[in-house]
Design a protein around this ligand. Structure first.
Ligand code: SF4
Length: 350
């Protein structure tokens, strides 16, 4: 397999150019073609000589892979399916990952996947159900940005698709560097949010090396309850995650939010609201309440709208900024917790 150029930083692209016998400045040309113009082939790179393009193609792949399918929701949300071959245990595991483009007023946000499947096993999540099929490399992560119809119109990104970003942090940080570097896509870090269930010590590494926003999947403030739906709680208790977060400043440009999916009769009463208020006191943050999309073999439905509203109002009354997140793309299984690489499931049934 040839080395991919997508995902390389400017030094890496310059090295690749020199290896192909091109002058040093061709590294900058490659960065411009890959990250600004979103070229998917060497033929498109017309200010590089034909011989230079051929020399590059002999040694390297661009690394951008077109989606294998796309579906559009009634609300304009689009779900893209990508084939993903990942190295696992000395071989290559073939799988599929999904990316979701969410249009909203003047924004187009891409919900991007960082792994094929996931090891975390959250009980309410379809991705967790399918297990882990490998880590995406930076090219596979960035391919989700550059290969979709809205590639040139994206304004924001959330790493909330398939996978736990902290479990593949090296490649996630490589992709973020490309998205935020002046020689890359040149986005402000404020346009990117990375989610986590709270994997330590990688969360500390993320906070120390990256200025992007953070979203922590919380779902209940009570440890035993959280452990019953999120196995990660046993390895990395929420109290340790909060202890770490309290050492960082979220009053400036970088923000932390807490994702709280509302399960009827499980985590949606006053007791939970009050414990959440206690847990978050002193932390500058926002809580996003998320409606649950029922999945098979999980005993809870979503909390009704009125219950979500009174939960939100209780938090707000105690000074915790809280919003009910709009649900998008349910009709195409693109909403939170529903991403499962359905193409893979269908293939498995054949
Ligand atoms: Fe993995 Fe996130 Fe699903 Fe949990 S909710 S299993 S961390 S993808």
């Amino acid at each position: 397999m040839k080395e991919k150029l997508l995902g390389k930083d400017l030094a890496g692209l310059t090295k690749a150019a020199l290896e192909a016998g091109l002058p040093k400045f061709a590294g900058k040309q490659l960065a411009l073609w890959l990250y600004d113009k979103r070229a998917r082939s060497f033929e498109e790179m017309t200010n590089i000589s034909k011989a230079g393009r051929e020399a590059l193609a002999e040694r390297f792949d661009v690394g951008a892979e077109a989606p294998v399918s796309m579906s559009t929701s009634a609300d304009g949300t689009r779900k893209y399916l990508f084939a993903a071959d990942c190295p696992v245990g000395g071989g290559i595991q073939s799988s599929f990952v999904e990316a979701v483009m969410i249009p909203d007023a003047d924004r187009k946000t891409l919900c991007v996947s960082s792994q094929a499947g996931c090891k975390m096993g959250c009980k309410f999540c379809m991705t967790g159900r399918q297990g882990w099929h490998g880590n995406l490399d930076a090219a596979q992560i960035l391919s989700q940005f550059v290969s979709i119809d809205e590639a040139g119109e994206l304004t924001n990104a959330v790493f909330m698709g398939m996978g736990e970003p902290m479990d593949n942090l090296t490649e996630v940080l490589r992709a973020i560097e490309v998205l935020t570097a002046p020689w890359g896509v040149a986005w402000s870090p404020k346009r990117i949010t990375v989610s986590t269930v709270g994997v330590l010590p990688e969360l500390r590494t993320y906070l120390d090396s990256c200025r992007c926003h953070l979203a922590v999947s919380l779902h209940t403030p009570f440890p035993e309850e959280r452990a019953s739906i999120m196995p990660v709680q046993k390895a990395f208790p929420l109290e340790q995650v909060m202890h770490l977060l309290r050492q960082y400043d979220f009053t400036g440009q970088r923000r932390v939010s807490f994702e709280y999916t509302m399960f009827s009769g499980f985590n949606d009463d006053k007791r939970h609201a009050d414990e959440l208020i206690r847990l978050l006191s002193g932390t500058e943050c926002r809580v996003n309440l998320i409606r649950f999309h029922r999945i098979p073999d999980f005993p809870y439905d979503s909390s009704p709208a009125a219950v979500m509203e009174s939960f939100r109002d209780r938090l707000s009354a105690h000074g915790v900024t809280c919003t009910i997140r709009a649900s998008r793309g349910e009709d195409i299984m693109a909403a939170c917790g529903l991403l499962a690489g359905r193409h893979k499931q269908q293939n498995d049934l054949k």
